[in-house]
Design a protein around this ligand. Structure first.
Ligand SMILES: [Zn+2]
Length: 340
């Protein structure tokens, strides 16, 4: 251990030497390596959390650089998968902890495996299905998780503890969570930073065992209209909730409730998952696609194929992003034309 690395945590009485030791023994799973994920991951990494797993299905684009703090121009030019780029940057910040960046789409099977030895989950996704999956697995495995969301100048955060607080499913019926996403309504970076601060402060409290210090409230704010609220939501816990109630079924851990094809909100992009998991031979795929004309580019993680105002990005695990369309039928037909 480098001398003094965590001295400011140790001097901070609510953490102290004991709390710092606990942080070093914990495993945090961060789902999403976008705006919230990069910020949360940087704080957990610098804080000395013993093991960090960060998962993401996308790659870095120019529109990310305004707020996704671990990425620079090189990552956008090279279309680096976010999970791989984040892992590299985080390792450079702290070589004394274990950091794993995983390029994958989180589905029920994946989240079940990912959470085997996890102490805390940090929600850093912008996707409703994945968030509800986090909610279900957290209840099933009794792992606390910290919800966070932001759009425009508006942000929300809440720490969910199985058996103690209401879950996200309980909250959704009574609390307006907003339908807009940052792809349609835009976002300013301070909103992201504020949500990260709320999420990571609650995360540190949970990790060092300072439950009495938790806010216990759903916090929300609008930095542009200068509104801040914190609401007690204990009363919304529902006995008949399918995720945390007496007869729970964990609906979002059932694959049949999720589709193979997803329109990525506001992005003119459709994601297609292959019917069965395949490992793509990327160099060979690049050669085959080049024979169709169009522009083919490749890095170790993905192949990009641009043609007729459309672009397809194919990942090693067989997932494909079709850019330039929101039309699922068109995206599927392009998929079948070029990728079989
Ligand atoms: Zn519930």
């Amino acid at each position: 251990m480098k001398s003094g690395r965590y001295s400011r945590h140790e001097l901070f009485l609510p953490i102290g030497k004991e709390g710092q030791k606990r942080l070093g023994e914990k495993h945090v799973l961060i789902i999403g390596a976008g705006a919230l994920g990069t910020g949360n991951a940087e704080i957990m990494t610098r804080a000395g959390v013993g093991k960090i797993t960060i998962v993401d299905r996308d790659y870095v684009e120019w529109s990310n650089l305004q707020r996704q703090q671990l990425y620079g121009e090189a990552e956008a030019i090279n279309r680096m998968p976010k999970a791989a780029a984040a892992e590299q940057k985080l390792r450079a910040m702290n070589s004394q902890i274990e950091i794993n960046g995983l390029i994958m789409d989180v589905m029920p099977d994946e989240i079940t495996k990912l959470t085997e030895d996890v102490d805390l989950i940090m929600d850093s996704t912008d996707n409703f299905d994945i968030r509800m999956m986090i909610n279900d697995i957290s209840q099933k495995r009794e792992i606390p998780w910290v919800y966070g969301a932001c759009v425009g100048s508006y942000g929300l955060s809440y720490a969910i503890r199985p058996g103690i607080t209401p879950c996200l499913s309980c909250l959704l019926e009574t609390v307006p969570m907003g339908g807009a996403t940052c792809d349609t309504a835009g976002i300013i970076a301070p909103t992201v930073q504020m949500v990260i601060s709320y999420q990571s402060a609650e995360a540190l409290k949970l990790l060092v065992g300072a439950e009495e210090a938790l806010s216990g409230k759903l916090v929300s704010f609008d930095l542009w209209t200068n509104q801040h609220t914190a609401v007690r939501v204990d009363a919304v816990k529902k006995q008949d909730c399918l995720s945390c109630g007496d007869d729970r079924t964990y609906p979002y851990l059932s694959v049949s409730n999720l589709s193979r094809t997803a329109v990525m909100c506001g992005r003119d992009t459709v994601q297609i998952r292959p019917p069965v998991q395949v490992e793509r031979d990327l160099p060979q795929l690049a050669e085959t696609l080049a024979q169709h004309g169009g522009k083919v580019e490749r890095n170790p993680y993905l192949v990009s194929f641009a043609f007729d105002h459309r672009r397809m990005v194919i990942f090693q695990d067989g997932r494909v992003l079709v850019h330039g369309t929101k039309d699922v039928t068109e995206a599927r037909s392009l998929y079948h034309r070029y990728l079989g």
